[in-house]
Structure formats: C-alpha cells, structure tokens
Design a protein around this ligand. Structure first.
Ligand code: BG6
Length: 508
C-alpha cells in the first residue's frame, strides 16, 4: 500500500477509460487525477484516452469533465487551478466507439501506438472499466482478442510495458457470476494484471485500521478473545435509493454492501498480522480470515425495508414508492448479521454487522467492545451495570478514533460515568483535498495491488453470503416495510443481539 506523501510520480503510461462520459469518470476518476496532479503524483508523461459510444471531440469531452470538476471543487469553495487542469486536459483524447465492436479496439490499438511513440509511454497501459457491470466481460474479452492486454504480443511498443485492468464494483451478482467473470478475465489476463476495486479501501480511515493495529504495541496484546467481548460494524446511510431504483431492485442491501465493503472492514479488523506490507502477504492474511468465517445461516441474518418517515427535517417516502421500484417489492434496504470467526484469535467473539439506507444518520464505524472488569469492586454498581469500554474507529463522517471508559465523577460519592478520549483526523492532519480514488489510482499506476481484491477473496465473500441470498430469494419477507425512514432499523435486528444479551450502539 502506498503512503502517497513520500512517493514519486508513477512511470509514463496511457490510461484508457471505458465509460468516459459516465458519472464515475466525471465525479471520481478525473477529479482524482486532478488531485494527483496537485500533489505532483501524475505520471510525467501521460495519455488519457476516454472511450464511449457518443460522438464527441476531445475538447468537448475535456470541457464537459471540467464543468463537473468545477462543481466538485466549489463545494469546498475552491476554483479550478488552470495550470493544474492543463496538465490533465492536455493528455485527454476521446475515442468514440461501441464497446461491443472489434473495430473500436482496432482503432484504440492504433491510437495507443501513436500516442505511445509521441509521448514515450514505454508501452504501459492501464485500462479502466468505468462502465456498467454487464460490459466487464465483453470489454475484457475484446481487449484480449485485440492483443491489447498481453504486453508480449503487443504492437503498441516493441519493448513491452505493463498492461493492467481496473474492474469496478459490482464484481458479480452471486458466486456463480463472480466465478464466471473471474474466468473471463483470467482467459486473457494474469491475476497480477487485474485490479478489482472496493472503494472503501480508498478511504484513509480504513487504511488506518492497519496502522492502528500493526504500528502500535499498545493494541496488539488486547486485540483478541481474551479482552474483546464483541465487535459491531455499522455502515448506515441516511440517503435512500435516489435515482438508482432499477439497479437496487436487482441488487438489495446485502449484495450492494456486505460481501464487498462490510467484509473488507471485517478483514481489516480481524486479519492476522501480515509478515510485511507487501500486497501478497496482506492479501494472503485476508484470504485466511475469510476462510475462517463460520458459514452463515438464515438465523444469523435480518433483512429490512424502509417505510416513509422523517430523516433530519425532511419527510421522505417509502422504498416501495421510489422511482423504478415495484409497489410490492421484497428487496431489502437493510441487512444485519452475526458472524463468527473460527480461529484462535476470535473464537467466541461475535462480529455484528449492519448496513441500511434511510437510517437515522450517515455513519460508518467499527466499534470494539471490551470485556467487563472481572470483579464487582464498586459495590453500589454491579459489574454488569457499569458502562463497557469501547474503542470506536470512525470511518466517516468525523473520521477519528474514540476510546470510551469509566471515570469517577468528582464529588464525595464514588459515582462512575462513561467518558471519552477522542482523536479526530482534522485536528491533527491537514488533509489534501481528495475524492477517495487518488490512492487507488496511484497504486494501480505503480502496480501495488494491496488495496485490491484478489479473485479468491471475491469468491470467498460471495460463497459466504450465498446461502442467505438463496434463502431470502425463496421466501417472501412477511413484515416489509419494517422500519421507518430515519429510524435505527428493524426491531428484528435488535432481537439478533438481544439473543446474546447484547444491544446495538446508537446510530449517531
Ligand atoms: C456503493 C453502493 O458501493 O457504496 C451505494 O453501491 C452506497 O449504494 C455507497 O451508497 C456508499 O459509499 P460511501 O463512500 O458513500 O460510503
């Protein structure tokens, strides 16, 4: 994993973005490149080729993207720095073409060879599939057939160069489709050429979990079943499905968030220490952790769907009345589960996970609850009534770390109260403006796969949720909608923890 501030620019290369007119390109990829330019981390020689089906000139493409960038920067009261923008814009070439037609790839090959010669790109190409997932296999296959992903057989540059491919989420829809997609990609590419993105791993605070665990002697001895009672991982969103009704009806909360984002948070929290920060060492430890997760059954999971309600001050509608959603939809907008990890570190320590849309607040956190003091020293306050100690890793918003513990309230009586020690990123670090894709793109450009998912990891994650997907598909949920928008989720999720004598933290 790269620590950007100490790095130098990546080698010269071409970056080909399929889906050049899409939201992802405009909102995240190009703004991330602009931010890399401001930290001096754009390749010194770069060709940015945008491929999409519309007819456009390169100027029209860069002009459209620039407007988006201006809007994004305006949110931070910033304006575009023309010199920096020129660095990005001067690399941009638009290629109009149908992703399904071989002719597109033949023209792309000529364009790459031409730009490679003019700009001295060393034959290096990073392909980025910023398109709907139904195109992933097609594009990878057509790139393969055109001889574009194999450096050896390349006519782009006789010297070779690297060929890498970025694949966005969703990677498959279930285990079978993820396996099929892996097989398609691996027909033409080697595993080390494939970069499967999970954008949660681009979040600074997620990367910081490793720093917290492995750079501090303080936490290592307590990071296990001797000291930890259980872990709660919450990814709560206050937004609804917005304009994504069609996508969501075919997806649901479990597929959308759990085998990818939530499981990555579990992996960062629960994996064994790797022997080095080398991508393969870290990915091997994560894979081991996935293998140790006990198979899920339907009694370990809860699903929910939001009804109308109030979020903040706004009255919002029920999921079933959102655009492109079926009036009797059985699709879940909330999922909670209890995971157990069958290894020496975590035996007997449940991991409770929950995620949902239209919850009380937007918050992503990993909360680690420590075991109670062993003996009721404070006679008036039985041990089980003392507030527990918690370590809370806040991923977003208000990124930081909070430690909650008991302290004596001043005064003659021995009264205890839960207090907090707090570290907030913004108090300590001046953050470079970021959209969350900077590290991910930079790492692809330098060939560091630490923050990307390997084929076996993706398949292991799908295999874990597969019994739940099948079970849910076979039964109609009885009480949908079962939570009000703006609430903390369905009451069945509370029962999941109550069974173990525990309760969720408030979503706040
Ligand atoms: C995406 C999901 O992968 O992650 C969305 O498809 C979700 O449904 C989003 O809203 C959450 O990401 P973030 O970075 O906004 O927390």
């Amino acid at each position: 994993m790269s620590t950007i501030s100490h790095k130098s620019p990546p080698p010269p290369c071409a970056m080909v973005i399929f889906g050049a007119n899409g939201d992802l390109t405009k909102r995240l990829i190009v703004p991330a490149l602009y931010n890399l330019a401001r930290t001096g981390l754009l390749p010194k020689s770069l060709a940015l080729i945008g491929v999409d089906h519309n007819k456009k000139t390169s100027q029209e493409w860069s002009g459209g993207v620039k407007e988006f960038l201006a809007q994004i920067l305006a949110k931070n009261s910033e304006e575009i720095d023309d010199a920096l923008w020129q660095q990005v814009a001067s690399c941009m070439t638009f290629l109009s073409g149908d992703f399904e037609k071989p002719d597109t790839y033949a023209r792309l090959k000529d364009l790459l060879a031409d730009l490679d010669e003019k700009r001295g790109l060393g034959g290096n190409v990073l392909f980025y599939m910023a398109v709907a997932d139904r195109f992933f296999a097609t594009i990878a296959g057509k790139l393969g057939e055109a001889g574009l992903v194999s450096a050896e057989a390349s006519s782009i540059n006789k010297e070779g160069g690297f060929r890498r491919l970025i694949v966005e989420k969703p990677f498959g829809h279930d285990l079978a489709s993820a396996r099929a997609l892996n097989a398609c990609l691996l027909k033409y590419l080697k595993e080390e050429q494939i970069y499967r993105i999970d954008h949660f791993l681009g979040k600074e605070t997620v990367q910081n979990i490793m720093a917290l665990r492995f750079a501090n002697g303080l936490f290592e001895p307590i990071w296990n079943r001797d000291r930890i009672d259980h872990v709660q991982i919450t990814v709560a969103e206050s937004i609804g499905v917005e304009t994504r009704g069609k996508f969501y009806e075919a997806t649901g909360a479990l597929r959308d968030m759990v085998p990818n984002h939530l499981f990555q948070l579990v992996a960062m929290t629960a994996m064994e220490p790797p022997v080095s920060f080398d991508a393969e060492d870290i990915r091997a430890k994560k894979a081991e952790m996935f293998k140790a997760i006990h198979p899920l059954t339907l009694s370990d999971v809860v699903r929910g769907q939001y009804d109308a309600g109030i979020v903040g001050d706004e009255r919002v509608k029920a999921y079933r009345t959102e655009p492109n959603v079926a009036p009797e939809s059985a699709v879940e907008t909330y999922a909670a589960m209890r995971l157990t990890i069958d290894n020496w570190r975590w035996a007997g320590v449940p991991f409770y996970l929950r995620t949902g849309k239209r919850l009380a607040k937007r918050t992503t956190e990993i909360a680690i609850r420590f075991k109670q003091a062993p003996y009721a020293l404070f006679r008036e306050t039985p041990v089980e009534e003392l507030d527990a100690d918690w370590l809370i890793l806040r991923v977003q918003p208000d990124e930081g770390i909070r430690l909650r513990f008991n302290a004596k309230r001043p005064g003659p009586a021995m009264a205890l109260e839960s207090v907090a020690m707090e570290f907030k990123y913004k108090d300590y670090f001046k953050q470079a403006p970021a959209v969350g894709y900077e590290t991910l793109i930079y790492d692809c450009l330098i060939g560091d796969a630490t923050l990307f998912q390997r084929a076996d990891q993706v398949e292991a994650a799908w295999a874990l949720v597969e019994p739940v997907l099948t079970g849910w598909a076979a039964t109609t949920p009885r009480h949908f909608p079962n939570y009000a928008a703006g609430s903390e989720g369905p009451s069945a999720a509370n029962d999941l923890l109550a069974r173990d004598g525990r309760s969720w933290r408030r979503i706040n």
